[in-house]
Design a protein around this ligand. Structure first.
Ligand code: G6P
Length: 607
């Protein structure tokens, strides 16, 4: 979603601002812009579409100036046009904004009635006018911002530039993250530490309601009541190196290939291999008191939660509710004492998931957060932080974060089972051994990359694709369909294999490929029966199973993908690999933008 960068520099900043935007591209955007102060005036360049268009604008008409702000916009209010692109500006003020100003209509009417003229259809522009009209009355930038912030409802991260104070930026956050970067005689604002990585590693994370005055010498931070506050400077550890594509053609492929290593890295924090025990990074959390679990997440993270529901119920015998985060609050969920909410989020910033977390907290629930960004808002607001160690995920379609989430959730379910007296030493030892086999099994699954690439054309020409699975492979079917939709733009649906005859079977003909996920195990026979129902109606099946499964049921399929034979516990992790690779190769065959698919954002910070 939208990205922000601001620099108070020693030299001209436009080029470095664009470099920062480049590092934010992965979040998904559809226009971009830059503003600086030069010769006592605010100047901007903006362009719709990809950053290359903005770069062309800047080449044609360079933008000098040592203080500047820049933005990648993912359209919410108003189409992704140049006019709606940020920065929004008046003669006095330019600003960039992430989030949504929910009361913008009322504010816009009020401003219009006072004679202010708007250039765009965005919610953001009201903020520029509100601040500007105070500054025009001679009020200082600091006081103007302090007066305007309480008037804004919704979510925002802001970076504001003032014509009258060329050596200063003001930033503010509520709901959307914003960080301050400390350099050598330079200071920065960014929507995440990644954007600032080439500039500095020294980062302070603003808290909810904070706002900040940034100068070349440092930053003065205030809380929502305008009291000066200190926020610790941490070393982000994010380097430019980490987000190169390496030898891979796309970030997504690189991230698929990283899975054996990052899952191993993640499991290391949750398994004590020497003792054959599971463990948690926060050992003193009282798991025994948990009587009910509520899982809330969005997108791919939600499907990881669906798999985990099986584990929590099977191992710990604790009842589990699961909701997509955007629905959770609106069904008046009943939350009782002893309830634990688990939020699952790669970014730790997804607005709906964060809102669900806060709602659950207000209802007295304990909160556990499975997040990939340990400095994220969810990580900071949780009682129990369960990090995944996937490293930065750049491809919009989530891959390595998913398998790492599964690793953490399996280990967490085992911890809960032990705390509930449902896992004896022998069973725990076995479980640890199976989990520890996951990295090698993921590696073995990756060995089928070429054969998956070779059969991708069977799917690339389709208009509709069905994915079927049972038990924990049902969420995998949903995830497979989501991956394909996201990056290849082919309509795909995941279905519980047994439910198919209650509807989707009507879609079956020889033009609809049906991908069946059926590892050997207790549900294999039943899944194969459902697959045969498809074949009996002329459906074209791609079977993903292990060697035994393919031997038993592969006949009559248009293709088979053979996975290593693994324990059912780790099958969802391993079977994630072929569904990711299939979506990837189909997208490449179709020539779509794999890493930044149209209309999608990496971190969805609006509800
Ligand atoms: C967006 C991304 C998905 C992701 C979902 C949830 O839609 O494009 O890849 O699964 O958000 O994001 P989160 O950061 O909360 O896991």
């Amino acid at each position: 979603m939208c990205g922000i960068i601001g620099i108070i520099g020693k030299d001209d900043v436009a080029e470095r601002l664009v470099e920062g935007l480049r590092r934010l591209e992965y979040r998904g955007y559809d226009s971009a812009g830059v503003a600086t102060i030069h010769d006592g005036a605010i100047e901007r360049r903006r362009a719709e579409g990809k950053l290359a268009n903005l770069v062309k604008e800047l080449d044609r008409d360079p933008l000098p100036g040592t203080t500047g702000i820049a933005h990648t916009r993912w359209a919410t209010h108003g189409a992704p046009t140049t006019n709606n692109a940020h920065p929004h500006a008046t003669k006095e003020v330019a600003l960039v904004h992430n989030g949504i100003i929910e009361n913008f209509k009322a504010l816009r009417e009020e401003l219009t009635a006072r004679g202010r003229v708007f250039d765009s259809e965005t919610d953001t522009e009201v903020v520029a006018h509100l601040v500007s009209e105070l500054v025009e009355q001679g009020i200082s930038p600091k006081d103007a911002v302090a007066q305007v912030l309480p008037r804004l409802h919704g979510a925002f991260a802001l970076a504001i530039l003032f014509r009258s104070s060329p050596d200063m930026l003001i930033g503010a956050r509520l709901g959307s993250p914003l960080v301050v970067g400390y350099g050598d005689g330079e200071t920065y604002l960014g929507s995440d530490a990644l954007a600032l990585a080439p500039l500095t590693q020294r980062i302070a994370y603003l808290e909810e309601g904070d706002w900040v005055i940034v100068t070349a010498g440092g930053a003065e931070i205030f809380d929502r009541d305008n009291n000066p506050v200190e926020r610790p400077i941490t070393i982000s550890g994010v380097t430019g190196e980490l987000i190169s594509k390496g030898n891979h053609r796309h970030y997504m492929l690189k991230e698929i290939y990283e899975q054996p290593v990052v899952v191993a890295q993640t499991l290391r924090s949750y398994l004590r291999r020497m003792e054959d025990q599971v463990s948690l990074p926060v050992p003193d959390f009282d798991l025994g008191a948990i009587r009910r679990v509520t899982i809330v997440a969005c997108g791919t993270s939600y499907y990881a939660g669906m798999v985990a529901k099986y584990w929590f119920e099977q191992f710990a015998r604790v009842p589990v509710d699961i909701d997509v985060a955007s629905e959770f609050r609106y069904r008046a969920p009943v939350m009782e004492d002893g309830g634990l909410m688990i939020v699952i989020s790669q970014s730790g910033e997804t607005a709906d998931t964060l809102a669900a977390l806060r709602h659950a907290r207000s209802e007295g629930q304990k909160i556990a957060a499975v997040v990939n960004v340990p400095t994220s808002t969810m990580a900071r607001e949780a009682d129990l932080l369960l990090p995944t160690h996937a490293g930065p995920e750049i491809g919009v379609a989530s891959t390595k974060a998913f398998t790492c989430q599964l690793a953490v959730l399996a280990a967490f379910a085992a911890n809960l089972a032990r705390a509930k007296g449902r896992l004896d030493g022998k069973a725990e030892k076995e479980l640890v051994r199976h989990l520890a086999e996951a990295p090698a099994a993921l590696n073995a699954a990756l060995a089928y990359d070429e054969s998956i690439e070779a059969m991708a054309h069977l799917v690339a020409g389709a208009r509709d694709v069905l994915y079927l699975g049972r038990g924990p492979d049902y969420p995998l079917a949903l995830e497979g369909a989501l991956k394909l939709k996201e990056i290849s733009y082919i309509h795909a649906e995941g279905y519980a294999a047994g439910e198919m005859k209650h509807g989707p079977i009507a879609l079956i003909d020889d033009k609809v490929p049906v991908i069946v996920l059926a590892p050997s195990g207790p549900l294999f026979e039943k899944t194969v029966s459902n697959m045969q129902e498809v074949q009996a109606r002329g459906g074209k099946v791609v079977l993903i199973s292990d060697y035994d499964g393919v031997q038993a049921a592969g006949e009559g399929c248009i293709a088979t993908i053979t996975m290593p034979k693994v324990h059912p516990l780790i099958a969802p992790m391993v079977y994630a690999v072929p569904v990711q690779l299939l979506a990837y190769h189909v997208a490449v065959a179709k020539g779509t933008d794999v890493d930044q698919p149209r209309n999608l954002a990496k971190s969805v910070t609006v509800e």
